[in-house]
Design a protein around this ligand. Structure first.
Ligand SMILES: Cc1ncc(COP(=O)(O)O)c(C=O)c1O
Length: 383
C-alpha cells in the first residue's frame, strides 16, 4: 500500500470544505469536473431506466446496446472500425487505468508516462511493481511530447506507453503529426499504448487524433474514454476501454472480480448520451472555451504569472516561477489566505514544479472572483 499514490484534488477539496465550514469563502478551481448538470435528455433516460427495472446485474463488459453505441461512436470519431466485442464498459475512466496496469504490467516492466500528468498513472505503475519512466512535458514545446526524448526512453523492458491528449493538467494536445512521430518511435516493438482520450471532445485548437487511427496501432492501443467530462456525468461513474478482443476478455474478468458490472440504469443513460441530441455538449464546450480565454488573459495580467493558452481540456496551467515561490507553498497560501482552491503542479509529478493548475470548469463570475482574489493576494505578499 505504501507504493500507492493518490489524487490531490480530492484532498484539497476536503481542506477547502473545512475552511468553508469555518465560514471562509473559497472559490473552487481544484477539481476537474464540469459545473454543468448532466443534460436533461440523459437524466430522463436514466430515470426512465430505473422505472423500467434496469436495476439488476448486467454483463461484466457492459450492456450489448451500449457497447454497440460506443463501438459506433469510436469507429466514427477515430476513423477506425471498432466492434462491440472490443469495448468494455467500466465505472468511470479510472478503472481502465487500474485494470490495464493489473493486466499488462509485471514487476520490473517499464511504463513511460507523461509528467506532469494525471497522478493515477504513476501511482498505479508503482503499485503493480513496474518502473515508472517519466516523459517530461515542457512548456516551451506547448506541453507536447518530445518524440526524440521518448525514443531515447524506450528499452527492451518497455511494456506500455501512456499518452493523454488533450492533457490533464496542462491542456496540451498531440497533433496528428506528433502522433505519427510517436508511432514511428515505437515502431513494431511489442509495446502497448494506453491512450487516455477522456478529453477528446474538448479540443479548442486543431483536431483530435488517436494513435489507434495509425495503421497497425489499433491492435496495440487501449483507448480510454468515458462520459464524465463530455456529458458532465462525473458522479454517474461510467467510462470505457476499447481494445483487442483477447485483452477485452481479461479486462472483463477483472470487472467480474471487482465490480461485477457497471450500474445498468446508468448504461441506458449512456446510450442516450451518445446517440441523443448533442446540443448540450456543444454549448458546454463553447462555454469552456470562453472561460479559458477570459481566465488565461486574467492570469497573464497578474505579476509573476504567465500562462499559455491551453488547446484542450478545461485547465489553465500557469508558470509561477517568477513569483519566487515553490508551487505547493503558493497553492497552500492561495487556499488559506486568498480563498482560491487550486492545485500545485507537483500534484501531477516532479516536472509540475513551477506551475499551478486551475480548473476553468466553474462560472465566469467565480473565475473573475478568483482572479481578483489572487491579484489582491499577490499585491500584498509579493514585492
Ligand atoms: C486524464 C484523466 N484520465 C482519466 C480521468 C478519470 O475520469 P473518471 O472520473 O471518468 O474516472 C480523469 C479525471 O479527472 C482525467 O483527468
Amino acid at each position: 500500500m505504501s507504493r500507492l499514490g493518490t489524487e490531490t484534488a480530492f484532498e484539497v477539496l476536503n481542506r477547502a470544505r473545512a475552511l468553508e465550514k469555518q465560514g471562509k469563502e473559497v472559490v473552487h478551481l481544484e477539481i476537474g469536473e464540469p459545473d454543468f448538470d448532466t443534460p436533461a435528455n440523459v437524466v430522463d433516460a436514466g430515470v426512465n431506466a430505473l422505472r423500467q427495472g434496469w436495476t439488476h446485474y448486467g454483463p461484466a463488459a457492459g450492456l450489448p446496446d451500449l457497447r454497440q453505441a460506443i463501438a459506433d461512436y469510436v469507429s466514427r470519431t477515430r476513423s477506425v472500425p471498432v466492434a462491440s466485442e472490443e469495448v468494455v464498459v467500466v465505472p468511470g475512466g479510472k478503472p481502465i487505468i487500474f485494470f490495464t496496469m493489473l493486466a499488462l504490467v509485471d514487476e520490473g516492466d517499464e511504463v513511460i508516462y507523461p509528467n506532469p500528468g494525471f497522478p493515477i498513472y504513476e501511482s498505479m505503475i508503482n503499485y503493480v511493481g513496474g518502473h515508472a519512466i517519466p516523459i517530461p512535458l515542457r512548456e516551451e514545446r506547448d506541453f507536447s511530447v518530445d518524440v526524440k526524448e521518448l525514443a531515447s526512453l524506450i528499452t527492451n523492458r518497455t511494456k506500455l506507453v501512456i499518452l493523454n491528449s488533450p492533457h490533464n493538467p496542462t491542456g496540451g494536445t498531440l497533433s496528428k503529426h506528433d502522433i505519427y512521430a510517436i508511432a514511428d518511435a515505437i515502431g513494431d516493438r511489442n509495446i502497448m499504448v494506453l491512450s487516455d482520450e477522456i478529453y477528446s471532445r474538448l479540443v479548442f485548437e486543431g483536431e483530435d487524433f488517436s494513435i489507434a487511427s495509425v495503421p497497425g496501432f489499433k491492435e496495440r492501443t487501449i483507448i480510454l474514454d468515458g462520459f464524465s467530462k463530455t456529458y458532465a456525468m462525473t458522479g454517474w461513474r461510467m467510462g470505457y476501454g476499447v481494445m483487442r478482443v483477447d485483452l477485452a476478455t481479461h479486462i472483463s474478468r477483472l470487472m467480474t472480480n471487482s465490480n461485477s458490472c457497471t450500474a445498468s440504469f446508468t448504461q441506458i443513460a449512456g446510450i442516450e448520451a451518445l446517440r441523443g441530441d448533442q446540443t448540450s455538449v456543444d454549448r458546454m464546450n463553447a462555454e469552456f472555451k470562453h472561460r479559458r480565454d477570459v481566465f488565461v488573459a486574467g492570469l497573464n495580467k497578474i505579476k509573476g504569472f504567465s500562462c499559455r493558452l491551453p488547446k484542450g481540456a478545461f485547465y489553465a496551467f500557469p508558470n509561477i516561477t517568477k513569483t519566487g515561490w515553490p508551487s505547493k507553498k503558493l497553492a497552500d497560501a492561495l487556499l488559506d489566505q486568498a480563498g482560491v482552491a487550486c492545485l500545485s503542479g507537483t500534484a501531477f509529478g516532479d516536472y509540475g514544479e513551477g506551475y499551478l493548475r486551475f480548473s476553468v470548469a466553474n462560472s465566469l463570475e467565480n473565475l473573475n472572483k478568483a482572479l481578483a482574489k489572487i491579484e489582491e493576494w499577490v499585491g500584498k505578499n509579493l514585492s
